[in-house]
Design a protein around this ligand. Structure first.
Ligand SMILES: [Zn+2]
Length: 269
């Protein structure tokens, strides 16, 4: 299996982004040219969606997941056809995308997370590293990032809007050797892995960037943690990442009031 080198990655990345922009621009001018059964806006959306990780896909750091492989593995049928068409046109050998082993979800917690076994809940060896948060607490911690980085607001608010309002969530710090989704910083912001209860009751794995100091200041209430663990039984197989949950959500709940609220332009005055 031959993985792309740096120059090849740069080349493919620039090519796909260029092609996506051209196609999106054309679809905006000529909606009737859309080939997607749901029309030009959906076609624009799925193209933008599959290219989502490309801006940072040039380099490949050893402990990070390969954005190209992730892009390929999470692409739906339409997106995969789009990728195949353009990679064929470019004439690049992309067999490694097909042959790469299935990536763990970027946010999948390691086996040491609280796990449900036939005998009941198995606690990790360091239960103190886990904290149980209700939605209100998680919201206030997650929004600390927005103060420093207003550009993160859209992403953070979208995540928060889809949590169950009275849901419970279990979080812990990312561990050494685990996939990095957001690098450390600014200041003492770190990536936390989470078991989240979504608005439809689904329990998914996700991540939040939180201040280390704020997380440390939360009480380590083990009784509460145990209670929350019992409520948040993750499916043992087919565990979903919050990103894939979001995609299912868009497909099945088109009339979501939270999505509608977030899509509205914000008042700036
Ligand atoms: Zn929604």
């Amino acid at each position: 299996m031959r993985v792309w080198g740096r120059r090849e990655r740069e080349y493919v990345r620039a090519y796909l982004l260029h092609e996506a922009l051209i196609e999106i621009r054309y679809l905006a001018f000529r909606p009737e040219s859309a080939k997607h059964p749901d029309g030009h806006l959906e076609q624009i959306r799925v193209i933008a969606d599959v290219c989502h990780n490309l801006p940072t896909a040039g380099g490949l750091r050893p402990d990070e997941f390969d954005p190209f492989v992730w892009m390929w593995q999470t692409a739906n049928a339409y997106q995969r056809e789009w990728l195949t068409r353009h990679l064929d046109k470019l004439g690049v050998d992309y067999s490694y995308l097909i042959e790469s082993p299935q990536l763990p979800r970027p946010a999948t917690p390691p086996a040491t997370r609280p796990a449900f076994r036939p005998g009941g809940w198995q606690l990790p060896r360091t239960p103190g590293g886990f904290k149980a948060l209700d939605t209100v607490t998680l919201e206030s911690l997650a929004r600390e990032l927005v103060v420093l980085e207003p550009s993160s607001s859209r992403y953070v608010e979208r995540q928060l809007a889809h949590l169950q309002p009275d849901g419970r969530h279990i979080l812990r710090a990312r561990r050494k050797g685990e996939t990095v989704h957001s690098s450390d910083g600014p200041e003492d912001f770190r990536e936390y892995h989470a078991l989240l209860t979504m608005v439809d009751g689904a329990v998914v794995v996700g991540r939040f960037q939180l201040r280390e100091s704020s997380f440390a200041a939360l009480p380590a209430d083990l009784t509460r943690l145990r209670r929350f663990q019992l409520a948040a039984v993750p499916p043992r197989r087919g565990e979903r990442d919050v990103y894939l949950w979001g995609r299912d959500h868009e497909a099945t709940d088109a009339a979501c009031s939270q999505c509608e609220r977030l899509a509205k332009p914000r008042h700036t005055s």
